[in-house]
Write a protein that binds this ligand. Structure first.
Ligand SMILES: C[S@@+](CC[C@H](N)C(=O)[O-])C[C@H]1O[C@@H](n2cnc3c(N)ncnc32)[C@H](O)[C@@H]1O
Length: 312
């Protein structure tokens, strides 16, 4: 099955689909460091550039479109919430690509979209309603959606994300993947010997251990068995209560990029060719590989039942 991957980042979503037996034939991101990491691990089919500026005619023929698109508000001026209302957003660009392919008589069989959990409640639910309306009524897909948590797919990180899976075949019956047991903790994923730069200085330590800073109230906990969600801004040290800190050799430290990669389900063979700050950003943005793989397997089951799966 040939996949077109949008907003590919360092390739978390792609990695899951590859593990499940799909082929990514074309991928895109406009962040040069993300593209560097992607290339080092998955190959030269990734194109650096703004998706809004890539001509639709240059996109190859594909079966499935995947993408974790950045969430942006839609303007809701009229009562109709459709294609036009999403204009200027990255979701609109996805819809435009699909519409173009439909006009070319190459309608993608499946679309798999990922986003933050709050996409469903954003702007009192209007954003999500518009997205579903476009997918179902403008583009003619049967749409399934849910929130999946990384911790339910074998990896010790609380990370709730919205998954939207769309089938062109109206007879499609689809179930999101069953949960898997969590058999490891964050402590199991730690590296043994890490550079001293990851340890916190005595000056910063009280901030990290305090319960909230600057009027922001939250519980500061370190050594959590299940990590807090990795986020793209993790490189911007030090936000008490939001990032993950662990104790090692009696001292508190932040996670290393490799540990973040593990917390997103990347194998230790995954090459990290970029700086720490770029790596934190990329892993913070990524879809957890095990969740992606589980969704990819469920999509494969549905396609097989429909007689639409092929190994090419
Ligand atoms: C949430 S991340 C996607 C992570 C990816 N799904 C993964 O699993 O690793 C969103 C990505 O969209 C990219 N992006 C945002 N706007 C873009 C645009 N206009 N054109 C291309 N890429 C864009 C960002 O650089 C970022 O890497």
């Amino acid at each position: 099955m040939k996949i077109l991957s949008l907003f590919c980042g360092c390739g978390g979503l792609d990695n899951g689909f590859i593990n499940s037996g799909y082929k990514i034939i074309w991928a895109n991101d406009f962040d040069k460091y993300a593209v560097e990491t992607y290339k080092a691990n998955f190959g030269n089919h990734v194109i650096l550039g703004d998706i809004n500026e890539i001509p639709l005619e240059t996109l190859p023929e594909f079966d499935i479109l995947i993408g974790g698109f950045p969430c942006q508000p839609f303007s809701m001026m009229g009562k109709e919430m459709g294609f036009e209302d999403t204009r200027g957003t990255l979701f609109f660009r996805i819809a435009e690509i699909v519409k173009y392919k439909i006009e070319q008589k190459q309608k993608p069989k499946v679309l798999v979209l990922e986003n933050v959990r709050s996409l469903r409640t954003h702007d009192n639910g209007k954003t999500f309603k518009t997205i579903k309306n476009v997918l179902e009524n403008e583009l003619g897909y049967k749409v399934f959606d849910t929130v999946l948590n990384t911790a339910d797919y074998g990896i010790p990180q609380t990370r709730n994300r919205t998954y939207i899976v769309c089938f062109a075949n109206e007879n499609a019956e689809f179930e999101f993947p069953n949960k898997m047991p969590l058999e490891s903790t964050l402590q199991d994923l730690l590296e043994n010997k890490v550079d001293k730069k990851y340890f916190l200085s005595d000056t910063i330590l009280p901030t990290i251990l305090s319960n909230g800073t600057g009027g922001y109230k939250a519980k500061s906990e370190i050594d959590l068995p299940v990590a807090r969600p990795l986020c793209a801004t993790m490189a911007k040290m030090h936000r008490a209560c939001q990032d993950n800190y662990v104790t090692q050799e009696g001292r508190v430290r932040r996670l290393t990029p490799r540990e973040c990669a593990r917390l997103q389900g990347f194998s230790d063979e995954f090459i990290i060719p970029v700086s720490d700050s770029q790596a934190y950003k990329q892993f913070g943005n990524a879809v957890t590989v095990s969740v992606s793989e589980a969704v990819a397997n469920s999509v494969k089951d549905t396609l097989k039942r429909l007689g639409e799966w092929n190994d090419d």
